[in-house]
Design a protein around this ligand. Structure first.
Ligand SMILES: C[S@@+](CC[C@H](N)C(=O)[O-])C[C@H]1O[C@@H](n2cnc3c(N)ncnc32)[C@H](O)[C@@H]1O
Length: 184
């Protein structure tokens, strides 16, 4: 299955629908009604791909050459981001990271979307133009690692606001939100 949007699917909505359906089915295969599990470094819950697709369009994600998802869980956010740009997911939980790799392969996104099993605080995340996080804890440790970084941080869902990064806008769709912070 090749999921790079085709010319007939100019806004990518049909392609996104296939990503959404893939993750819905996989959760069903896992016998879960809600994506939730405790992991060694925190808690896994999945962001909602239909909302992400709309948020990523609003921030023109295609304009960012490298997107990194910090704590990528089952890979859903990275696979949606991969419809717009090059995306890397970093996840400390081995099972989630390998299942995310499988998703990237199944969706034909290999080469555009990659996953690393590691602690994102120890990786070279400053090389990303755009970082994404659906935080399971406050962002203070992350902010320390990002000192001097001038990129864009997207934070999905409710969170304690970071201290140094400045809020540019808060996008809302139904109950979901994504806050856009700038490191400049
Ligand atoms: C709320 S989930 C978000 C999953 C995904 N980003 C999404 O939007 O669906 C947070 C994930 O971050 C992972 N995590 C937390 N701290 C981490 C760290 N320091 N390094 C790598 N992964 C981490 C957790 O294991 C969990 O899977």
């Amino acid at each position: 299955m090749n999921l790079i949007p085709s010319l007939e699917d100019r806004d990518g909505a049909k392609t996104a629908a296939r990503v959404i359906e893939y993750f819905r089915r996989r959760l069903e295969d896992w016998g879960q009604t809600h994506p939730y599990r405790l992991t060694a470094s925190g808690a896994w819950a999945a962001s909602r791909p239909e909302h992400l697709f709309s948020f990523f369009k609003s921030v023109n994600l295609s304009g960012f050459p490298l997107f990194i998802d910090l704590g990528s869980g089952d890979g859903v956010a990275c696979c949606v981001a991969g419809l717009f740009t090059r995306a890397i997911g970093i996840e400390s939980d081995l099972l989630l990271a390998s299942s995310a790799r499988g998703a990237g392969r199944d969706l034909g996104l290999s080469g555009r979307v990659d996953f690393v099993c590691a602690d994102f605080l120890t990786q070279g995340i400053q090389k990303a133009d755009c970082l994404f996080i659906y935080p399971d804890k406050p962002l203070y440790a992350l902010e320390k690692v990002l000192e001097g970084w001038t990129g864009t941080l997207l934070v999905y869902g409710p969170h304690f606001p970071p201290k140094r990064l400045s809020l540019q806008e808060k996008l809302r769709l139904g109950m979901e939100t994504m806050s856009v912070y700038s490191g400049r």
